[in-house]
Write a protein that binds this ligand. Sequence first.
Ligand code: KDG
Length: 316
Amino acid sequence: MSDNQQTQVPDIIAIGEPLLEFNQLVREDGTAHYVPGFGGDTSNFAVAAARQGAGVGMCTRLGEDSFGDEFMQLWQREGIDTALVDRDPAAPTAIYFVTHSEAGHAFTYFRAGSAASHLSPDNAPLDTLKQAKVVHLSAITQAISTTSCDAAFAAIDAVRANGGKISYDTNLRLKLWPLSRARAIIHDTVAHADICLPSLDEARQLTQLEEPEAIVDFYLERGAGIVALKMGSEGALIADGNARHRIAGFAVSSVDATGAGDTFDGAFVSMILAGNDLARAGQYANAAAALSTTGYGAVTPIPNRSAVEDFLAKRV
Ligand code: KDG
């Protein structure tokens, strides 16, 4: 990995696993087909932040395969720095399928032994990561392997010791690890998160608390600096030690919520980094996330800044 070789470190760096996406669409005759696209929560985050104008880089490992090439091309198209992306000749780029039912969307993964899961404290570019203003990672970064989890903790320590901030999505994927282990790791990590980005349903499972206010209090008490609790069409509850804002949801014609939480995260972090207050960042991120649900796939429908501003101008 190209530690120390960059001339300029991006303001925001996301650490985690990209997955090629195959998203189910049902034809008029009832048969299904799968539309290729891009996914992986931290990559979705990076695209969302970049589309809002932030300087973003990805830190991960890809296979030396055509799916890896597609991700490199995506990130380069989006203006995302790839200096911290390593290619692994011995492990593949992961893929996943998205299927839809009345219960919402579901993921099926083919990712065991992937290139990204071989991220470790030994190959993580800590000297570069610690120069970013914000490093973003998620509980999926930690769930994919113990070495990736160790790398996440090493990055958190290095970044915070150097005065940088950690943004953390508690994304809970019970296909990757059991609830008890997820809870232990996530609760510990929240204590090191300057910006903590849970989703309501998952936070209910993790905290065993029901009410949004109580969940936000729980994460603040654990040591999170800012908590932005994402509540889908119900909006968001955003708080730090001083203030609390209930952000109303936006009614849109949603077809696929894949990646909506990641879009919220990328928009929220880029707005906070640009100096906006919690209420403005929360409302903006809520609008971006709502818009991202109006098309299929995690990445294609992520709106850019002018789309979000136009939407807000009409709705607020
Ligand atoms: O938030 C959407 C992601 O969950 C999706 O793109 C796939 O990263 C993914 C995962 O591990 O579930």
